[in-house]
Design a protein around this ligand. Structure first.
Ligand SMILES: *[C@@H]1O[C@H](CO)[C@@H](O)[C@H](O)[C@H]1NC(C)=O
Ligand SMILES: *[C@@H]1O[C@H](CO)[C@@H](O)[C@H](O)[C@H]1NC(C)=O
Ligand SMILES: *[C@@H]1O[C@H](CO)[C@@H](O)[C@H](O)[C@H]1NC(C)=O
Ligand SMILES: *[C@@H]1O[C@H](CO)[C@@H](O)[C@H](O)[C@H]1NC(C)=O
Ligand SMILES: *[C@@H]1O[C@H](CO)[C@@H](O)[C@H](O)[C@H]1NC(C)=O
Ligand SMILES: *[C@@H]1O[C@H](CO)[C@@H](O)[C@H](O)[C@H]1NC(C)=O
Ligand SMILES: *[C@@H]1O[C@H](CO)[C@@H](O)[C@H](O)[C@H]1NC(C)=O
Ligand SMILES: *[C@@H]1O[C@H](CO)[C@@H](O)[C@H](O)[C@H]1NC(C)=O
Length: 455
């Protein structure tokens, strides 16, 4: 469990080249972990005070605030079949000011302790929330629907957040669905000036808005995430996660506001979503397999990245990744693979396909960087030990704003193998002639390409 929590806590980050957060974040969280003695699933569980399990919400719990209407609780019919838990029935004020955290926590607790298909209902309105851990296991629940119509607003008081904690953490649940058209508003603008990570290595990491920790069969659809303090969403150790119709927005110059960061997951499908942030739209870190990304509109931001990889000893291989049918608008990069030099262990990243992508005024549409270094200087005395193999870039068209539109800079120690580029049709958005650069890369160009191959 300890290793587990480690992964959970290490919200490893994918950061823009100019930013130094990953290392700092991880170092910080490693430190935190060391004195975390309650590292198990239950440490995420409810701190709600209500010990009763009156599942119809009309119960005797005396601290339900203003006495909600108790109406929705009966929407399921009889007491036994009543499986909807409306936060209003637990004292939520929905005025955007009153702290509604306890109401949410209690509604979750009771839903999680109920049987069958259960719903947590969040009606229209604004809910001011401090950090909350929505955790399982929920032993008798078959499916838990988090039906959010309202806007959830994060506390801007950073002292409320534990070091390394997210704002809203969903952990150890199976068959969770988050839907309803609602919004997670991280209210990050107030905190961005306190993010020192772009400037210094040893920085305090701000909270990620929504984290999923060791969940199975999660669905997130039709929700919005705005202005996270740090990452918008992070998935750690999840199995079978599907996200669609997600809108993520933060200004292009907001620090470290990655859209969706993936770490150690198996089976992630992200589709039909619109992501514009100040960092990577989606970042695929170590240990991920079977990741399928399609129908993403990305921009502003740094593009969709695999990495950064090869920084830490405990990293696992990455494989079976596909990114397709997506559009990049004025992003710094399009698709990118980044690994550090001096990697402590040998890992592999292979079987990755980037296909049917449109670039609009994108800096470097195709980039492999195996000397990734977000700091002024990194230890590059040995080359990256992350082996990149079997990588396909196919049907990529549109405009680039840098002359070097295709850059494949692989490791000297473990050159890239079996890189294929097919039908790369890019033009400069001004008048320059585009070129491709290769270093230690066995790349094969085929089909019709608008720029000369490198070798
Ligand atoms: C709800 O539960 C309370 C106590 O647990 C019970 O008295 C009441 O009849 C129940 N109401 C419904 C609608 O089932
Ligand atoms: C479920 O109820 C039990 C006892 O009533 C309580 O100890 C436990 O914390 C509850 N579980 C959740 C997730 O709230
Ligand atoms: C998720 O699935 C894994 C593998 O089957 C299992 O070990 C784990 O307990 C499951 N977790 C939950 C929360 O259901
Ligand atoms: C390669 O990845 C694809 C998904 O993009 C997957 O269907 C296929 O099974 C993978 N092949 C191997 C050998 O892992
Ligand atoms: C890319 O587009 C072509 C033509 O529309 C289609 O045949 C192919 O299946 C697409 N590739 C992927 C990986 O979706
Ligand atoms: C080319 O793209 C860059 C980056 O998006 C942009 O700043 C520039 O204005 C574009 N140039 C033209 C001529 O559109
Ligand atoms: C290491 O990085 C420095 C700049 O930080 C560069 O000058 C040098 O060429 C690099 N060495 C290798 C082996 O890449
Ligand atoms: C090289 O890549 C192609 C297409 O991606 C794949 O079919 C082939 O098996 C790969 N070969 C090796 C040696 O990895």
């Amino acid at each position: 469990m300890e290793q587990w929590m480690k992964l959970a806590l290490i919200c490893i980050c994918l950061i823009c080249h100019e930013i130094a957060t990953v290392e700092a974040a991880r170092a910080k969280l490693d430190t935190l972990m060391a004195d975390d003695s309650s590292s198990d699933g239950s440490s995420l569980s409810s701190s709600g005070s209500s010990g009763d399990s009156s599942s119809n919400g009309s119960g005797d719990s005396s601290d339900k605030g203003s006495g909600g209407t108790l109406s929705s609780a009966s929407s399921g019919g009889s007491n036994k079949g009543s499986n909807s838990f409306n936060v209003m029935d637990y004292g939520a004020k929905a005025d955007g000011k009153n702290d509604d955290s306890k109401a949410f926590q209690q509604a979750w607790s009771e839903a999680c302790n109920a049987t069958g298909k259960v719903k947590v209902i969040i009606p229209n309105g604004e809910y001011f929330l401090n950090p909350i851990q929505f955790s399982g296991p929920c032993p008798n629940v078959q499916a838990l629907i988090f039906q959010m119509q309202g806007t959830l607003k994060a506390s801007t008081d950073l002292s409320k957040y534990g070091d390394g904690d997210g704002w809203l953490e969903f952990g150890w649940v199976d068959h969770l669905t988050i839907t309803g058209g609602g919004t997670f508003d991280g209210q990050g603008a107030v905190s961005w000036p306190y993010n020192q990570c772009p400037k210094q290595k040893d920085c305090k990491v701000l909270p990620t808005s929504v984290k999923f920790l060791s969940t199975n069969n999660t669905v997130v659809e039709g929700v919005t995430s705005l202005n996270s303090k740090f990452f918008h969403m992070a998935l750690l150790n999840c199995i079978n996660f599907k996200g669609s119709g997600i809108t993520i927005k933060a200004p292009g110059d907001s620090p470290n506001t990655d859209g969706i960061h993936l770490e150690s997951n198996t089976g992630v499908t992200l589709s039909g979503s619109n992501i514009g942030t100040g960092d990577d739209c989606i970042s695929i870190g170590q240990g991920n397999t079977q990741v399928s990304i399609s129908g993403i509109t990305c921009g502003p931001g740094h593009g969709i990245s695999v990495g950064s990889l090869g920084r830490y000893k405990t990293e696992k291989d990455v494989g079976s990744i596909i990114v397709r049918d997506s559009t990049f608008i004025e992003t710094i990069n399009g698709v990118r693979i980044k690994t550090w030099a001096n990697s402590p262990t040998s890992t592999k990243a292979s079987n990755m396909t980037f296909e049917n992508l449109t670039m609009k005024n994108v800096g470097t549409p195709i980039l492999i960087d195996q000397t990734y270094c977000p700091y002024v200087k990194c230890d590059n005395s040995t080359s990256s030990r992350v082996k990149l193999n079997d990588i396909k870039f196919k049907n990529i068209h549109g405009t680039a704003s840098m002359a070097e539109a295709v850059v494949l800079e692989c490791s000297k120690g473990v050159p890239c193998q079996n890189i294929s580029l097919q039908n790369i049709n890019l033009k400069h958005n001004g008048s320059e002639t585009l070129k491709s650069t290769c270093l230690n890369a066995m790349a094969e160009f085929s089909g019709t390409n608008s720029l000369p191959p490198c070798s």
